[in-house]
Design a protein around this ligand. Structure first.
Ligand code: UDP
Length: 176
């Protein structure tokens, strides 16, 4: 189940609506829809507070090759399409999320870019479609209550909340 990956030090944010750092940076109200999904790159570096970077920085500093960036971008947009549909069917808007990638080598030495990250309410902004209630890590960031209940609500709507212990997850399956 676990595969070794060489981590690419770039965090990708995919945004469908304005929220979080984008709202602050451009002074645009949270919840403003974007005419098309926006993909942003950040250099993963705590010392420098994960600054936003462009493709030029990524290739100039050798964090990833142009082909790696193409693969990460294509995967990010496919994942966004898939997740938007999945969450919408659970009554949730996928406002934005972040992804991290790695290089995985097969037995012949062939390299493939794979997601090397979790996807969860810790890494996504998820709002209820009707009430716009935040059901993600922003509850923690803004000192709001009911964080555990909000995460459980997301799991329940997706049909992956175990009610009788860890083996009680009928809907979950391993996906390639
Ligand atoms: N995000 C994350 N880890 C980080 C930074 C951001 O999971 O270290 C997620 C965040 O939850 C949101 C998306 O990436 O879904 C975009 O975050 P943003 O750039 O708005 O930064 P934030 O407001 O979270 O600091």
């Amino acid at each position: 189940l676990v595969r070794e990956a060489e981590i690419i030090p770039v965090r990708i944010a995919v945004r469908n609506m304005v929220a979080g750092s984008m709202a602050k940076r451009f002074g645009v109200e949270e919840g403003t829809p974007l005419p098309r999904s926006i993909v942003e790159y950040y250099w993963k570096n705590d010392e420098f507070n994960d600054p936003m970077v462009t493709e030029e920085h990524i290739t100039a500093f050798g964090w990833a090759a142009p082909q790696d960036i193409d693969d990460m971008l294509a995967l990010s947009l496919r994942i966004n399409d898939y997740l938007c549909g999945l969450f919408y069917s659970a009554g949730l808007k996928l406002v934005d999320f972040k992804l991290e990638f790695g290089r995985s080598y097969d037995e012949n030495g062939e390299m493939r870019i794979i997601i090397a990250d979790e996807i969860s309410p810790d890494t996504c902004r998820l709002w209820d479609v009707e009430t716009l209630k935040k059901l993600d890590k922003d509850r923690f960031r803004h000192d709001m209550d009911d964080i555990a209940e909000a995460y459980q609500e997301v799991a329940r709507r997706l049909g992956v909340l175990p009610t009788n212990g860890p083996d009680d997850v009928s809907e979950t399956k391993i996906m390639q």
